[in-house]
Design a protein around this ligand. Sequence first.
Ligand code: C5P
Length: 391
Amino acid sequence: MSISGREVILGVGGGIAAYKACDLLRRMQDHGFLVTVVPTPAALNFVGSATWEALSGRPVHTQVWEDIPNLLHIHLAQVTDYIVIAPATADLIARLAHGRADDLLTNVVLASGVAKLVVPAMHPEMWADAATQYNVALLRNRGLIVLEPDTGRLTGNDIGPGRFPETSRILEALHEIHMTKADLLGKKVIVTTGGTREPIDPVRYIGNRSSGKQGFAIAQAALARGAQVCVIAANCSELELPGAEIIPVETTAQLGEVLKIKFPEFDILVMCAAVADAKPLLVSPEKIKKQKLTSINLEANPDLLAQVSATRRVGQKVIGFAAETENLLENAQAKLVAKNLDILYVNDVSGGAIFGSDSTKGSIILSSGTVISVSEASKDTLANVLLDQLT
Ligand code: C5P
């Protein structure tokens, strides 16, 4: 499954820092990137194909002579959005600088016009050598982004510039290339979406018209901005968002359970789900005969948002949603205070608008009292405007 703009080839050179690229791969996945690993043949001396295949969940090749019918180098070059080469050894940098194509990775680099990030790691003398510096300058002149290595301890007794940079620095560079704001890098965002259903009997339920589109748009925007994302999806038809953890739920009680467990470890909660306000007092284990289905006794559901918001620690941010048909701003202000929120987005649902649609209109209310009016915007746009308010 591919998601636009997030396919990355991780090229791994034959240096000891190859083992650090395993963590880089994991963190890239946390940030929603979909990674195919292309090691050089020499890199397999440090980390074998089995490790890369297990971590990436994708096949790993090193030579153009493998999987010939699929024209590997051309196929990989075409589907990727970025190429990250980490670690890049002196030899690999030299081969790249001179346009060599003697293994799969260098073939893919030549065949692809996408942005390329090169992360050198080698002994200080090799990094400082005039040949390496000349090759690095060639690559930079050609538009490749070459990170400066870190300074510090290397294998053996060497100390100096040449260390593989911290994973966070590589991810920041990747996000910069990704042309997105990486303002949620390192943050954990939990989004509830969809609408809860309360069973009446094994066949029927009380539900609402929420589709889950807005919550998934927020989750996707948060991923793109560098966050680790978890989506609690109540009865959504769309359940895929590569890079995010998705937890499907049905009832308000299930949503509340998951939220209670998960909320403490997250930095930001976006409570987008339409939670059923009430549920049947009794759930019939048998299908109720239609002649007997004349009335349903209801009991109120707990206000999950108010409950969870009351437990928040310093620094945790909470965004709520509301749907109103009248006195929009007044009602919204009251809810923001009552539920102890940082931000509330109030949908103007007069006339049944918005549910299931790709666009929305309403107002963002901040705890400072500021109101931002949103007139007919896509749910993706609203997602980013809301996340902008957090930074
Ligand atoms: O009070 P109202 O239902 O308009 O508030 C909407 C906000 O409160 C939404 O963010 C919704 O997810 C949340 N909510 C909740 N538990 C309920 C009702 C609403 O968490 N029982």
